[in-house]
Each structure stands twice: as C-alpha cells, then as structure tokens.
Ligand binder design. Structure first.
Ligand code: ZN
Length: 202
C-alpha cells in the first residue's frame, strides 16, 4: 500500500467534491489536522472511518486502498477472474475428493472379498472364520460410509428438469439408488424425482 499515493488520491477526490480539509473533517467528526496527515501520506484513515470517507469522496474501498480510480470494466474483469479461479480451485478439490472416494470404495470392497474368500476356502478354526468375516464386513461398512460421506461433501447434484444445483442431505444420498455417481433423488427446487448427476461446482 502506497500511503503517499493514497494521500494524493484523497486530496484530489476531496477537491472534486468541492470540500475543504476542514469541511471534510467536520463531516467525519475529526480534526482537519487528521485529514492533512492522510493527504500528506503520514497517516492512513482509521478503518472505522473508511466507509463514511469513501461515501463522502464518492469512491469505493478498493479505490481508496489502491489510491486510484478503478474503472468498472477492469473491475468486473478482475472479479470475474477471481471467481473463475475460485471455481477452478473448488473443481480441483472436489475431483481429488471423488478419486479418494473411489480408492476407499475399492479398498473396502477388496478387503471384504479377500476376507470372505479366505474365511470360506482356507482351513481354519471356526472362530477365526467368524472373526475374519466380522473384520471384513466392518471394513466394508466403514469404507462405504466414508465413501458416501465424501460423495455427499464433494460438489453438487444437478436436477435435469430445472438445472438447479444443490447439496442434498446425507440421508437422501444414502437412501438414493445410484448409477455411477448419479443418484435418484427429489429436487428441492422443483420436486422432480430423477437421476441427478454429480457436478463439481455450483
Ligand atoms: Zn429441479
């Protein structure tokens, strides 16, 4: 932050509004010495005073901090860029989560099958068989719950009817029949009951 630039900007905006240092100070309930200190770059306005100051100078906070007018075109461009970047980040995060879900799902299923196989076909005392089946089933259930939790947390579901994207309740996800990651659920917006596909961003 360039204090001197901000100071000069405050001074020029104040003059644009046809205000003297004293008049501006009075409107803000502060001394004109304080205004003079901002304008010479020795001090920055208090955060508590900034909204009112911006109002009086007819500028926004971003402009105050950058010490210059930001024209609305590049302002929009900048915020669009930021939004796009955030969307990309979210997409990446959700992609990672969903591949983690696949790994957990496969591992749980494989553990389950191996244990059941071993318990069924390999010679061993009965209590070992029971233990193996119990451990295998537990691994499977824990894996399944975790996988479902990830699927619930990552991204959104899209209604094919109204195209709204939403996060369903955990219960709705658990109860819903699915094909791949598409789940048959009721849309909270239009009530359409169909296979809602998984999407990574809002
Ligand atoms: Zn809908």
């Amino acid at each position: 932050m360039n204090q001197e630039k901000i100071g000069k900007f405050i001074a020029s905006c104040r003059k644009e509004q046809k205000l003297t240092q004293a008049a501006l100070a009075e409107k803000l309930g502060i001394t004109d010495r304080a205004v003079s200190k901002w304008e010479t770059g020795r001090n920055l306005p208090d955060a508590s005073i900034m909204p009112e100051l911006c109002d009086l100078l007819n500028i926004n906070i971003s402009e105050l901090f950058s010490g210059e007018r930001i024209d609305m075109d590049s302002y929009k461009e900048k915020s669009d860029e930021l939004l796009l970047e955030m969307k990309k980040q979210e997409e990446l995060k959700n992609k990672k989560l969903l591949s983690l879900e696949m790994v957990i799902g496969y591992m749980a299923s494989i553990t389950f099958m191996v244990m059941i196989f071993v318990a069924s076909f390999i010679e061993m005392p009965i209590w070992t068989r029971v233990l193996l089946i119990a451990v295998g089933s537990t691994a499977f259930i824990v894996g399944l719950i975790n996988a479902l939790k990830i699927e619930h947390d990552a991204g959104y579901y899209e209604c094919p009817e109204c195209k709204e994207r939403y996060v369903p309740s955990m219960k709705a996800v658990v109860m819903a029949p699915h094909i791949g990651t598409a789940r048959k659920m009721k849309c909270p917006y239009c009530g359409n009951k169909a296979y809602h596909k998984k999407v990574l961003t809002k």
